[in-house]
Design a protein around this ligand. Structure first.
Ligand code: NAX
Ligand code: K
Length: 462
């Protein structure tokens, strides 16, 4: 089974070193990587000419192995290398390649294979390398990045050179953080992993795997399936959107705790107008959602305080994330709290809890460590940090960039939490269901249509 680990450069180097200590040479690893990548390139080329760009390090070494493999398969191959290889293994690879190498401009070809830099990129790309990458950016043809696109920093996904859009990115041996983070993932095209037979750490952060959902048990009733209480606030629309999604995500009973009247509420949604602390005393409540439409006034804060001191599994979203502070968490069961924060909300939480992580992954991880809450840093590159470790996701539909889709996500997560009471699992399932609902909803959906599409999305994972 392929590994789903997502590694830092240090972790990847350690895994490669362990393989080499175990008797596999670096040259052997490079041949495995190059041959595995060449299988993909040959398949994509379908007989068309290929140009391989080779850099000075081992990523360039992979390039020479790929070029030689394609040459032996009878494809027309050209290699462009602005600089001679520097490392011993890449020099082996250069000697292994029996074709011509030019150090000039990019020739016309149908398929381009970029092996200028891999995870060793350490500074801004300039001079001949930058010219070549600018040429690649402007060329027409099928573009394949080997391991990590050459302008991208492997550990962060940051861009340090011309912005090339690739059709295919082949990760060698393991996924790197750049394969899951913005802005890198927007430029990588389809991503595939080439196995090179090295052992990866068991407990490394990893890609989230599709959830396996279960239908209700044979003896289920509405409470046993999960009662979700959604705390309403100042704005009436947002909690209704959350409720629409929650009613389609598995909970048997969804209640809106609200002092307002809700003429637009669907008939299936129960409105409970009892004073909030009393309403929250219901021992059958499996999870609470607070935040969508809550507002940021003193009454809003009191509602959040009541929800947290009820010590039930809880999803916090939107305004709740701006109101939350250490004193509110004092009475809460932090291990049962899941937060769904976008970039601005994550920044607000980090400020409140004095978390200073250098990037999104570090901020999510440190916020989890500082508070004990399970943190979903959502976006096109969602990161989940919880007791079970870090999880990454493939990007969802870009049509999710619409008002109200966050309320839908929070509703799904809270519903899943009401079903089984596990915050990290609930957030993980919610991201998958949200993405799948967006896929099923097609283009230009409204948040309401997205909430309705959660029902068929459930079917995908049952
Ligand atoms: N070490 C191993 O066991 C394996 C490594 N593999 C390949 O090796 C790659 C990593 O190799 P390296 O560590 O040699 O690193 P790279 O090949 O990514 O690049 C490092 C080289 O580029 C130079 N460099 C970095 N940034 C530069 C810039 N902006 N302008 C000019 N020069 C720059 C460095 O000084 C160094 O010479 C992986 O991405 C993968 O493709 C694979 O062959 C699989 C096995
Ligand atoms: K590359």
């Amino acid at each position: 089974m392929p590994s789903h680990a997502v590694l830092t450069v240090d972790q990847k180097r350690a895994a490669e070193k362990a393989a080499m200590d175990g008797g596999i040479s670096e040259w052997e690893l490079m041949q495995r990587a190059g041959e595995g990548a060449a299988d993909w390139v040959a398949r994509m080329a379908g007989g068309r000419s290929v140009c391989v760009l080779c850099g000075p390090g081992n990523n360039g070494g992979d390039g020479y192995v790929i070029a030689e493999s394609l040459r032996k398969r009878g494809l027309a191959v050209s290699v462009v290398a602005p600089k001679e290889p520097g490392s011993e293994t890449s020099r082996n690879a250069r000697e292994y390649y029996e074709g011509e190498v030019s150090d000039g401009a990019l020739p016309e070809a149908c398929v381009y294979v970029d092996c200028l830099f891999g995870y060793g990129l350490s500074r801004k790309v300039e001079g001949d390398f930058a010219c070549l990458l600018a040429g690649l950016r402007d060329a027409s043809g099928f573009k394949i990045a080997i391991d990590v696109p050459s302008s991208i920093v492997s550990d962060t996904g940051e861009l340090l050179g011309p912005e090339v859009g690739y059709d295919l990115t082949l990760a060698l041996g393991a996924w790197k953080r750049a394969h899951v983070m913005m802005p890198a993932i927007a430029r990588m095209g389809v991503k595939r992993l080439v196995d090179i037979g090295i052992e990866l750490p068991d407990h490394a952060p990893r890609m989230s795997l599709p959830p396996r959902l279960m239908p209700p048990a044979a003896d289920a009733h509405k409470y046993r399936r999960g009662l979700l209480a959604i705390v309403a606030g100042e704005m009436l629309g947002a909690p209704l959107l959350s409720a629409e999604a929650a009613m389609r995500s598995g909970a048997g009973y969804v209640k809106l705790l609200s002092e307002h009247s809700h003429p637009d509420a669907p008939a299936e949604l129960v409105i409970d107008g009892a004073p909030l602390p009393a309403a929250l005393e219901d021992t059958r409540i499996g999870a609470v959602l607070v935040g969508p439409g809550l507002g940021r006034r003193e009454e809003s804060r009191e509602k959040l305080a009541a929800a947290l001191s009820a010590r039930k599994p809880a999803v916090l979203d939107a305004d709740a994330l701006h109101l939350l502070d250490p004193s509110l968490l004092e009475n809460a069961d932090r291990s049962m709290i899941a937060v769904t924060s976008h970039e601005g909300e994550l920044a607000a939480l980090c400020e409140t809890f004095e978390v200073r992580g250098a990037d999104k992954i570090a901020r999510a991880q440190e916020l989890h460590a500082a508070t004990g809450m399970t943190v979903l840093a959502k976006g096109p590159d969602s990161v989940l940090a919880g007791a079970e470790g870090l999880r990454f996701f493939t990007r969802g539909s870009s049509w999710l960039s619409a008002a109200g889709t966050g309320d839908v996500l929070a509703g799904i997560a809270a519903s899943r939490l009401a079903v089984h009471g596990e915050p990290q699992r609930a957030l993980e399932e919610a991201v998958w269901l949200h993405h799948e609902a967006a896929r099923l909803a097609g283009p230009a959906f409204t948040a309401g249509q997205l909430a309705h599409a959660v029902k068929p999305a459930m079917e995908t994972y049952l």
